[in-house]
Ligand binder design. Structure first.
Ligand code: PLP
Length: 351
């Protein structure tokens, strides 16, 4: 088994300009200091003051009742789905979304929950008519449609908030609950220059990753009504995700929220610079309309892709997987790194 099919690895070496993901950031010394200085307790007993502070902070920021700290975004999504749905019930989810494609079908494997994938457009958006059509009738042949899962950002694309609000309120009228996978929701908020709470007004539960653009070494948070969050807390324990003096990580997350949200704007500016320069190389087939936050995709010719990624690797530049490689900008990529990457691409294509 490979960790990631078709992706090169650092093989433990340092000094790479690593565009594979924004998860690769290392905690800064200030972030590590925050972990050193925090007050700890046993979080399974609800006694870790730093975790409690993080959960309260996230609930307040999103203007929801409660929050729950989890080790990963996948577990945060999973406990949310388990809180909403029982066995034989069904979620509607975008066919490109992480919950459907990239979480090893945890909700189905562990929760007996069916997933019906709904077509998404090139920007990752759903059409309300497709959603309504996919809601099953009250008929013994069918699973019971319970939940709609949205995602923002999708492959770096910010979802149109008016559309999200219409979809959410319409789905609610059909008795669906709404979960938002907001792994990179802070990027969506910063890109639109709005508060993050405005993006979650019409959804019930939200999952947010703090180990991506905000630079924490691990950690996600599920946010929603008290009743669902309490149920999710039980599911977290069941899944083996109840951690003890985990304030040491929550302190890094708090540091990320306090210091690194504003800088996401710079990640977005760097991504714009990189994409607009690389879009001059026609062989890369870059769609600039899709570059909206900290992520871009390139589409080198099939027979050239391997040579390109090897050429970059030799210059200590790492890009994402094989088909349509992904490039993600984050805290550990500087303006100089962007310029040397542009030069490396130009050098490859001028040969
Ligand atoms: C990263 C990500 C997750 C969660 O991933 P983990 O690696 O489990 O933290 C969930 N949804 C989306 C859209 C993501 O990008």
């Amino acid at each position: 088994m490979t960790h990631y099919v078709g992706m090169k690895s650092t093989n433990g070496q340092s000094g790479f300009i690593d565009f594979r993901s924004d998860t690769v950031t290392k905690p800064s010394s200030e972030m590590k200091q925050a972990a050193m200085d925090c007050v700890l307790g046993d979080d399974v007993y609800g006694e870790d003051p730093t975790v409690n502070e993080l959960e309260e902070k996230m609930a307040t920021l999103l203007e929801k009742e409660a929050a729950l700290f989890l080790p990963t975004g996948s577990m945060s999504n999973l406990v949310s789905l388990l809180a909403h749905c029982g066995r034989g019930e069904e979620i509607l989810v975008g066919d490109k979304y992480h919950i459907y494609r990239d979480e090893a079908n945890g909700a189905s494997v562990l929760g007996g929950i069916a997933m019906d994938p709904i077509k998404t457009d090139v920007f990752g958006a759903l059409d309300i008519h497709d959603i309504i059509k996919a809601i099953k009738p009250n008929d013994s042949h069918c699973s019971i449609t319970k939940l709609l899962c949205l995602e923002n950002t999708v492959a770096g694309c910010v979802q149109n908030q008016k559309d999200i609000d219409i979809i959410a309120t319409t789905a609610k009228k059909s008795d669906l609950a709404i979960h938002l996978d907001g792994a990179r929701l802070f990027n969506a908020a910063v890109a639109q220059d709005v508060s993050i709470s405005t993006l979650v007004k019409n959804v019930d539960t939200v999952s947010i990753c703090l180990s991506k653009g905000l630079g924490a070494p691990a950690g996600s948070v599920m946010v929603g009504p008290k009743k669902l969050v309490n149920y999710a807390r039980r599911q977290r324990k069941l899944l083996g995700g109840g951690m003890r003096q985990i304030g040491i990580i929550a302190a890094c997350c708090l540091y990320g929220i306090e210091h690194n949200v504003k800088q996401l704007k710079h990640d977005h500016i760097k991504t714009k610079r990189l994409s607009s320069e690389l879009s001059k190389i026609s062989q890369l087939g870059i769609n600039l309309d899709m570059v909206q936050t900290n992520m871009m995709f390139i589409h080198p010719d099939r027979d050239e892709a391997e040579a390109l990624s090897t050429f970059l690797y030799e210059r200590k530049i790492l890009i994402g997987g094989q088909n349509s490689p992904r490039m993600v900008v984050h805290l550990d990529i500087s303006e100089d790194d962007i310029e040397s990457t542009i030069s490396a691409f130009n050098e490859f294509y001028q040969k």
